[in-house]
Design a protein around this ligand. Structure first.
Ligand code: HEM
Length: 247
C-alpha cells in the first residue's frame, strides 16, 4: 500500500513566497544609500554645501536643518532592526529598545525640527510637507500607544505606516531624480515641487497598506480594534510558519 508522507521537518520558510521573506538586507542597503547621499552635504557643517538654500537672513535654519537630518537619520537606522521578525521573536528587549530610539530619539525630535523648518519655507510643495509632518507624528504616536495597550496587531499596522512615511527620505529623492530625468528641460518647477512633495510618501503609504492587507490575519483585518487572545497575540504575521492563517 502506498502511503503519502508529510514532511513535517521541511522548513516553514520554504512555504513563503519570496516577497514575504525578510527584507532586512535590501532595506539596510537602501538606508545606507540614503545616508551616504545626504551626509557628505552636511558633515562639513558648511551652509554653502546644504542641499537646500540657507538664506543669510535666517541664521537658525542651518542648525535646525542639521538637527532634523540627524534625528531623521536616527529614525531611519532604528527602523531597520524594528522590521526584522527574527529579532522581534528572539530578542524582544532589543525590539523595545530600538523602538524607543525610533520614536523618542528619531521621529519625534525630527518632526519638531521639521515643524520649525516648515515655518521658513512656503510655496509649491508646502502643503505636501505639512501633510507628511502631521501623518508622521500621528502614525508614530498611535503605533506607540497601541503597544502600550498591548494591541499588537494595531501596533504593527501603525508602525508600518510610520516607517513608510520615514522612508519618504528615500522615495522623494528617487522621485526627484526620476521626474527631473523624464521631464528634462521642459520641467515646470512649481508643478515639479508640488508633485515630489506628495508622491514620495503617498506611494510608500499605498505599498504599506497593500502589505498590511496581504499579510494580516483575516480575523485581524475584520476587527482591527479587538484585543487579541494571548495565543494569537504572540503570533507574528511576518514570521515564517508562526501565523496560522496568513493570506
Ligand atoms: C517624514 C517626515 C519628514 C518631514 C515632514 C520633513 C520635513 C522637512 C523640511 C520641512 C525640510 C526643509 C526643506 C527646505 O528647507 O526646503 C526638510 C529637509 C530635509 N530633510 Fe526632512 N522631513 C522628514 C523626514 C526626514 C527624514 C527621515 C530624513 C532622513 C535623514 C530627512 C532628511 C532631510 C534632508 C536631507 C533635508 C535637506 C533638504 C533636502 O535635501 O531635501 N527628512 N525636511
Amino acid at each position: 500500500m502506498t502511503q503519502t508522507r508529510l514532511d513535517h521537518t521541511a522548513p516553514a520558510r520554504a512555504a513563503l513566497p519570496w516577497w514575504r521573506r525578510p527584507w532586512i538586507i535590501p532595506l539596510a542597503l537602501v538606508v545606507a544609500l540614503v545616508l551616504a547621499y545626504i551626509w557628505p552635504h552636511y558633515i562639513t557643517l558648511d551652509p554653502a554645501t546644504a542641499t537646500v538654500p540657507v538664506p543669510p537672513q535666517y541664521p537658525y535654519k542651518y542648525p535646525l536643518l542639521v538637527a532634523h537630518i540627524f534625528f531623521g537619520s536616527v529614525a531611519l537606522i532604528a527602523a531597520v532592526p524594528q522590521l526584522w521578525p527574527k529579532l522581534r521573536r528572539t530578542k524582544p528587549h532589543l525590539h523595545r529598545l530600538s523602538g524607543r530610539i525610533y520614536v523618542f530619539g528619531g521621529v519625534l525630535p525630527g518632526a519638531v525640527m521639521a515643524a520649525v523648518l516648515l515655518t521658513y519655507i512656503g510655496g509649491p510643495g508646502w502643503m505636501g510637507r505639512i501633510a507628511l509632518e502631521v501623518l508622521w507624528v500621528v502614525t508614530t504616536v498611535v503605533g506607540w500607544r497601541m503597544m502600550r495597550k498591548r494591541r499588537k496587531a494595531e501596533h504593527r499596522r501603525w508602525m508600518i505606516y510610520s516607517f513608510a512615511l520615514t522612508m519618504d527620505a528615500f522615495t522623494t529623492r528617487l522621485m526627484i531624480f526620476v521626474i527631473a530625468s523624464a521631464a528634462g528641460p521642459r520641467l515646470d518647477l512649481a508643478l515639479f515641487l508640488e508633485t515630489v512633495a506628495w508622491t514620495g510618501w503617498l506611494i510608500n503609504l499605498c505599498v504599506a497598506h497593500w502589505w498590511i492587507e496581504r499579510t494580516s490575519r483575516p480575523a485581524v483585518r475584520r476587527t482591527a480594534s479587538r484585543v487579541p487572545e494571548p495565543a494569537e497575540a504572540s503570533a507574528d504575521p511576518d514570521e515564517p510558519g508562526r501565523s496560522p492563517a496568513v493570506a
